[in-house]
Design a binder for this molecule. Structure first.
Ligand code: BYC
Length: 497
């Protein structure tokens, strides 16, 4: 079945009113009336073969001719926007989808608060806006590159399918940012769109813009931690951009957030299932002490202290993505109405301009952690980071419930904000997960207990044996409670060609 057939099947199955939202007749599915904007259409159709070239050379290695049970967006309303069908990844209908326009929307914050939202780029904020769109866009292909090799070691067809779903949707998120660049930023935008395909994760000469997107994702535990922590940075940043006074950016990010939720689900349940497999294996072998690492590892499952070290690493690297806690860039992005706070429009209790407001920021002063009131406008990255940490905790609490239910005395925690940071207030400082400021020697002596060490990574690598048999799972991960789109346990999520 061709991708076109898949999509027309999808169209047949949905109500007519929803179908008219997205045009699948065009080469590029869209709900932005692309057919009526010939210049934009030409620019995107010129970029498309370059994108496909990038996908084929930097996207998932192998499995490109396999049929994968993927969801494709067939509407932009929250209820029933997705259609599931077998699709070969290169035939995925990457489209341009914006959340519906809210008539009469006004800019919810900053100096322009209360003015009508911009439908065109405000000239005085053009450079800042372009920079933020480029940074956002750069992370999307970066994550696909980071996850390129994972298909070969998938612990099940279910997980393989989830990986590919995440990958094609990150590809679509790249399309989303490229649409904004090409439509609103003329020649500069077209050049930036091309550069997004040229930078490469981890490449020395032309790396991806933000640190965490140049780290390796060498195994599935890293993938699940990445989708739990780093995709959640995506959620926070997209939510902040969804508040933007530049309405096309706001609408684009609002729809991207619906896809992001699934990526975090993959991460949270991936770690959850890892915990379940560990606890079940420990119970069966009569091991009660989670610190008996040698005995636990013999069962081919991941010991809980190692999960804590992995969480410490991914949490800290992701926190760097929020930029410096105190930032004039962030103040300018807010003041100019380009990037708001998390949940800005619904925040009660301040004026959304923040000229005189303050915010509590933790800093290191004379070797001690102190909490100081900083101007709220300059502390917006600190605030978004705090919101992120709160958001992470919900998932971590659910992980801990599983451990508790199994009767094992162990609790996963988030490290202190300052732990293992490279950017911002804590950059280059040595701080323990419990929040003690350390000397370099103390750090060197202990950091192997807090971050994954070589032996940990070798052990994880030894577990990464593919399990590609329908309905079967690798030793270290439990089956999901529910199948994708409620499919049965023996469903063939990927028909490996
Ligand atoms: N690595 O004032 P500063 C996602 C740069 S994830 C390297 O401290 P600012 C996804 C910064 O660019 C979400 N460089 O911070 C997840 C600036 O450089 P320039 C991605 C860094 O600017 C999973 C300089 O340091 N989206 O979607 O307030 C899978 C001083 O900056 C880093 C966004 O991030 C770093 N970690 O904030 C797929 C939203 N941190 O400009 C996707 C858009 C800072 O002086 N981006 N720098 O050359 C932003 O809002 C901001 O650019 C940042 C930085 C929050 C990233």
């Amino acid at each position: 079945m061709s991708a076109e057939d898949t999509v027309s099947d999808a169209a047949g199955a949905i109500s007519a009113d929803r179908f008219v939202e997205i045009s699948y007749d065009d080469i590029i599915p869209n709900n932005v009336a692309l057919g009526a904007d010939k210049q934009l259409q030409r620019a995107l159709e010129t970029w498309r073969p370059n994108y496909l070239g990038w996908w084929n050379s930097m996207g998932p290695l192998g499995y490109q001719t396999s049929d994968v049970y993927l969801r494709t967006a067939v509407g932009v309303d929250p209820a029933g926007w997705a259609k599931f069908a077998y699709v070969k990844m290169p035939s995925y209908r990457w489209g341009i989808l914006l959340a519906p326009k809210v008539e009469g929307r006004t800019i919810p914050f900053g100096r322009h608060k209360g003015e009508p939202a911009w439908q065109e780029v405000p000239g005085e904020h053009r450079a800042l806006l372009r920079r933020l769109i480029v940074v956002q866009g750069d992370t999307e292909p970066a994550s696909v590159e980071q996850q390129r090799f994972l298909g070969a070691t998938a612990p099940s067809l279910y997980d393989m399918r989830n990986l590919f779903q995440v990958n094609v949707e990150e590809g679509r998120h790249l399309w989303a940012m490229v649409y904004l660049l090409v439509k609103y930023f003329g020649k500069d935008g077209r050049e930036e769109a091309q550069a997004l395909l040229e930078r490469q994760s981890g490449q020395m000469d032309n790396p991806r813009i933000l640190g965490a997107f140049n780290e390796r994702t060498p195994d599935w535990l890293s993938f699940f931690m990445f989708t739990f922590f780093t995709d959640r940075d995506g959620k926070m940043q997209l939510a902040a951009l969804a508040e933007s006074g530049f309405d096309p950016l706001s609408r684009t990010c609002r729809f991207m957030l619906t896809e992001e939720a699934h990526h975090m689900f993959v991460g949270e349940t991936g770690v959850q299932r890892t915990i379940e497999a560990t606890c079940a294996a420990m119970a069966k072998a009569g091991i009660r002490d989670p610190g008996d690492v040698e005995a636990v590892r013999k069962l081919d499952v991941v010991d809980l202290p190692l999960l804590q070290r992995k969480a410490n690493f991914h949490a800290s690297v992701t926190r760097d993505l929020f930029g410096s806690e105190i930032s004039s860039n962030a103040a300018e992005a807010f003041g100019s109405g380009i990037k708001g706070r998390f949940n800005e429009a619904n925040l009660k209790g301040d004026d959304h301009v923040l000229t005189d407001a303050t915010y509590a920021v933790t800093r290191v002063v004379d070797g001690k952690l102190v909490v100081e009131q900083a101007p709220a406008l300059r502390a917006l990255n600190a605030r978004l980071l705090d919101d992120f940490i709160v958001d992470c905790q919900g998932g971590i609490d659910r992980w801990n419930k599983s451990i508790e239910k199994a009767g094992i005395d162990f609790k996963l925690t988030q490290p202190h904000k300052g732990f293992n940071r490279r950017i911002g207030e804590f950059g280059g400082k040595r701080i323990s997960p419990a929040g003690e400021v350390l000397t370099e020697d103390e750090w060197k002596a202990k950091s192997g207990d807090w971050l994954p060490n070589d032996a940990d990574m070798q052990f994880i690598a030894s577990l990464m044996k593919p399990c590609h048999e329908t309905g079967k799972y690798a030793s270290w991960i439990a089956p999901p409670r529910v199948g994708v789109n409620s499919q049965p346990g023996d469903f063939e999520y990927v028909k490996i060609a």
